[in-house]
Design a protein around this ligand. Structure first.
Ligand SMILES: *Cc1c(COP(=O)(O)O)cnc(C)c1O
Length: 430
């Protein structure tokens, strides 16, 4: 497979863009080699600058649950382009998408739109602190909540790929108030709350961890978070920027039946455009300016383009059968991958829910802890990643990212993927 154009573009990009990329994971540091440059996407496929075609399991890191260039989203954008790009003032579409989000995620009574997931988590944390008038926040190892100063502690994903769980440039004083606990460790949560409960503003958690590959909560974990927050007057924030409208229509909170006080959203709700949102209990949300004393604002927040794209997306994914279909297809894909790994004698296991999944090069039967994720065989992943790439399948270029499947992935794409996997697994022990 020829990658000359991608290589030339990367060389050029390196001259003008730090590391040649606008977000670190794109640089292929986690897998080696040169990153690809893409020029188009359609349905389940990506086309790179050398006209190679790949079945795409990144989906722009989650948003493209209906595949590339979904016609409903594209038409909505075309219509909006004819009437205005934004006014810095309110539009009716903002009410429609807010209402739709509140209907689909019942714990959200009021919601505010922002322009990225990072802004959503940053604002939710500020709100939780303003509402409780407390300073300490709790997060979990391997969970990523965007590049917010106080949340860049053991942050998984991109940071983990680069081998730098924390970031330079974040004053220690900013993270002194962030307490990090092990994911899925119920005892650690209980004992920290027993000690500091009355000073804790909030817990922020990915209800399914999607930034240390894909790690679901063990039974009782989310319930325990709900309980300690209620008992101590702390705010429970589910960061569903990735899982929202991805693992189930109502997000992970619907799948597990645990109700947070605040939820952060992003990715899918923008239909592929830059959007985030945070929302939850009305009595908490009403502490935001202009009603309350917690300041939060955005010049392009509620951009009409993002709003119509998001609405077109939410309308389509609310149709019956979407998540059952995704679940079934991902199930077939993962069972096929496990079979082929076993045939090639490669230790391999998977996790999955709805349109999201995780693949682990691990001897473990099930992966539920951060240490199990970081103990995976990265070399095997890298070999597999490049084997898949060479055979026309694009996976996330990091062992710590989740995989995403869309409604546009059909039997033919899955068969193509499994054929590629057979070849890629065979490279591992050879
Ligand atoms: C992607 C992500 C974010 C950050 O969103 P951006 O739009 O990249 O700022 C926050 N939280 C989670 C769980 C994410 O997956």
């Amino acid at each position: 497979m020829n990658h000359d154009n991608s290589r030339n573009l990367f060389d050029l990009a390196l001259q003008y863009i730090p590391g040649g990329v606008n977000s670190p994971v794109r640089a292929f540091k986690g897998v080696g080699g040169n990153p690809l440059f893409f020029k188009s996407g359609k349905d389940a496929y990506l086309i790179d600058s050398d006209d190679n075609r790949y079945v795409d399991y990144v989906g722009a890191w989650g948003p493209l649950i209906l595949g590339h260039l979904n016609s409903g989203v594209v038409e909505a954008l075309h219509d909006q382009l004819k009437i205005g790009l934004g006014f810095g003032a309110s539009t009716e579409g903002e009410i429609q998408i807010a209402k739709k989000i509140c209907e689909l995620v019942p714990s959200i009574e009021k919601v505010r739109l922002v322009t990225s997931g990072t802004e959503a988590t940053m604002s939710a944390i500020r709100l939780a602190r303003g509402y409780t008038r407390r300073d300490i926040i709790v997060k979990f190892e391997g969970c990523y909540h965007g590049h917010v100063d106080g949340l860049l502690v053991k942050a998984g994903s991109g940071a983990l790929t680069l081998g730098e769980p924390d970031s330079l440039g974040v004053p220690k004083a900013y993270t002194d108030l962030t307490h990090v606990l092990p994911y899925n460790d119920i005892e650690a949560v209980k004992s920290f709350f027993a000690e500091k409960g009355e000073q804790i503003a909030c817990i922020i958690v990915e209800p399914i961890a999607g930034n240390m590959n894909f790690v679901p909560p063990i039974p009782g974990f989310l319930e325990c978070l709900r309980e300690v927050c209620s008992e101590n007057g702390s705010v429970l924030i589910f960061d569903e920027v990735m899982t929202g409208f991805r693992v189930a229509l109502g997000g992970a909170q619907a799948a597990y039946g645990v109700t947070p006080d605040l939820t952060t959203l992003g990715k899918v709700i923008g239909g592929g455009l830059p959007v985030g949102a945070f929302g939850g209990r009305a009595d908490i949300m009403d502490h935001i300016a202009p009603l309350g004393g917690v300041y939060q604002a955005g010049t392009l927040a509620g951009s009409p383009l993002a709003v119509v794209a998001g609405l077109a997306m939410l309308d389509q994914i609310s149709q019956p059968g979407i998540y059952e279909g995704l679940n079934e297809k991902a199930g077939v894909l993962l069972a096929g991958l496990r079979e082929r790994a076993a045939a090639a004698n490669v230790p391999f296991t998977t996790n999955q829910m709805g349109g999201m999944f995780g693949c682990f090069f691990s001897e473990e039967e099930s992966v539920t802890r951060f240490e199990q994720v970081t103990a995976c065989n990265i070399k095997n992943f890298q070999t597999f990643f490049h084997g898949m790439l060479d055979n026309g399948v694009y996976l996330a270029p990091s062992a710590y990212e989740a995989g995403f499947i869309s409604t546009a992935h059909g039997d033919a794409e899955i068969q193509h993927t499994l054929d590629a996997a057979e070849k890629a697994f065979s490279l591992i022990n050879s």
